[in-house]
Design a protein around this ligand. Structure first.
Ligand SMILES: [Zn+2]
Length: 85
């Protein structure tokens, strides 16, 4: 369940579109591959913020690659998922 958040007309600095894989569409191959559940909020192991995005993974390998968005951090780390049927 997501908490309701008020929409700001002022957008926070958005990451470049090219840096992000679209997360919404589910390709055919992903539907047949094992599914993995990843935590929606992950803390950066380096700076401790939750301000990070997935940039790869989660398509059957059971690992999600995330990148910290903090300008002073930019740490890349992996998150292990749980297999779901
Ligand atoms: Zn960080």
């Amino acid at each position: 369940m997501k908490a309701k958040t008020a929409k700001n007309s002022r957008k926070p600095r958005a990451p470049k579109a090219a840096d992000i894989t679209p997360d919404e569409a589910t390709p055919e191959e992903e539907r047949q591959a094992p599914r993995w559940a990843f935590p929606s909020v992950v803390r950066c192991p380096r700076c401790g913020t939750t301000d990070n995005v997935r940039y790869s993974g989660g398509k059957g390998e059971g690992v999600q690659y995330r990148r910290c968005l903090r300008a002073t951090c930019r740490y890349r780390f992996t998150v292990k998922g749980e297999k779901v049927d």
